[in-house]
Design a protein around this ligand. Sequence first.
Ligand code: 5GP
Length: 120
Amino acid sequence: MSDPQQSSDTVFGAIVRGEIPAEIVYEDDDCIAFRDLNPQAPVHVLVIPRIAVSGLQEADQADPALLGHLMQAAQTVARQEGLDASGWRVVVNVGEAAGQTVPHLHLHVLGGRALTWPPG
Ligand code: 5GP
């Protein structure tokens, strides 16, 4: 499992460390994916790195391989959730005004219904 030193001190860090429960749908050495507590679509999964990265506002300080890995994990989750045919969306909120509430990088994987554009 994860190294406790490698997860940030947020609710998501606590999920990485196994301190609070989450419905984990995918995990590997670098990331975990779990269902959002307040789903905005029939499928709403969060993909997060195990290590502390506050968000894409820190992308220039993050490992590019890790960022790419998160995108591939999102695809794995979407496929596993049966979204290949119907389509899906990845959302990353960056900063408070964009709706980011948890300062631990997370990709929202959304699908299972028609998704309108532009997002609000
Ligand atoms: P943000 O608004 O930062 O882009 O996304 C944070 C997401 O985390 C929200 O969609 C919210 O519902 C979800 N969330 C917050 N706390 C928890 C939690 O303890 N467990 C789970 N599974 N999701 C959470």
